[in-house]
Design a protein around this ligand. Structure first.
Ligand code: CP
Length: 331
């Protein structure tokens, strides 16, 4: 494993991406680098070393065009832990209501000295659109049903902590795969790290051709329980659903909810994850969510370390680009 020292020293770092837009666009090595970096921040945090001067003088813009609790607060805290200044934007009370565009909003925030932008938007591709039009490094904090890369990374880090290497492990993603950006980021990340992925849910919530991403499909949660090492319970995204995808919440919970009876059919050491927010009593019963197999709050803690790692690596890239540009000017 690489150490923080490797990255903190002045030499070149093995990181060349200006943006983190999805795990689809990162290699296995890049994903591992972020996880190792996050694990190191986490280890230092446990030793009480929580504040680092690494982003001193840097301004991070948190642009959340959609609601968030975990992602927004942990990106904000991650920036502060790295000594960055932050600018927070939310649509409520902003000049969007006067007709200002998404791009003009971002460009105006960038003009305040922002060099790293964290962007959440309901439209898939919105962070990528910005990344092609601003000089800042852009971090996708969730774009519609497309990807949520830092959630995928924190899920990977949590599973890696629980299981060791993910190579050869079996992970079930259960629930609303169709509307889930977390499912897509998990699929890209897990398959790149060598895990077998089973997506499971009602047929109406499994998108067509998902098997082309290298996953297996199951419509029978009980049948797959004995073979899985980790279960990631994805929320039913009522806010993104435009039709009736199952007859009733009660029936969904009966067939796909994680409860005490299903836990008894799973492996003794099964790891239960859920990205949050959770619908208690729908995807998961409170006793399982708060029980010994659940790592839901570890995921939240790991989110902070993962976001520190992403901000740190992207800032290093920004510095390299600035240096290259100023060298080119003087040649
Ligand atoms: N898991 C997640 O993205 O939660 P928030 O919507 O609260 O950020």
């Amino acid at each position: 494993m690489s150490t923080l020292r490797d990255y903190f020293e002045d030499g070149p770092i093995p990181w060349t991406k200006q943006h983190i837009l999805g795990l689809e666009y990162l290699s296995r090595e890049e994903i591992t680098l972020i996880l190792d970096q996050a694990a190191e921040f986490s280890r230092l945090g446990e030793l009480g070393i929580t504040k680092h001067p690494l982003l001193s003088g840097v301004v991070v813009g948190n642009l959340f065009f959609e609601p968030s609790t975990r992602t927004r607060t942990s990106f904000g805290l991650a920036a502060k832990r790295l000594s960055a200044d932050t600018v927070d934007f939310s649509p409520s009370g902003s000049s969007l209501s006067k007709g200002e565009s998404f791009l003009d909003t971002a460009r105006n925030i960038e003009a305040m000295g922002v060099s790293l932008m964290v962007v959440r938007h309901k439209t898939p591709g919105a962070p990528e659109f910005l990344s092609q039009r601003v000089a800042s490094g852009v971090l996708n904090a969730g774009d519609g049903t497309h990807e949520h890369p830092t959630q995928g990374l924190l899920d990977l880090l949590t599973m890696r902590q629980e299981c060791g290497s993910l190579e050869g492990k079996t992970v079930a993603l259960v629930g609303d795969i169709r509307h889930s950006r977390v499912a897509r980021s998990n699929i890209w990340g897990l398959t790149k790290l060598g895990a077998k992925v089973i997506v499971c849910g009602p047929a109406t919530l499994i998108p067509p051709q998902i098997e082309k991403l290298g996953v297996e499909i199951s419509y029978d949660f009980d049948a797959i329980l004995p073979q899985v090492d980790c279960i990631n319970l994805l929320r039913i995204q009522f806010e993104r659903q435009r039709g009736a995808f199952f007859p009733s919440i009660h029936e969904y919970a009966h067939l796909f909810g994680m409860n005490r009876e299903r836990l008894a059919k799973a492996r003794e050491d099964v790891v239960i994850l859920a990205p949050g927010p959770i619908n208690r009593g729908v995807e998961i019963t409170p006793e399982v969510a708060d029980g010994a197999h659940s790592v839901i709050l570890n995921q939240v803690s790991n989110g902070l370390a993962v976001r520190m790692a992403c901000l740190y690596l992207l800032n290093r890239r920004q510095q390299q680009l600035l240096l290259q540009a100023s060298t080119a000017e003087h040649v």
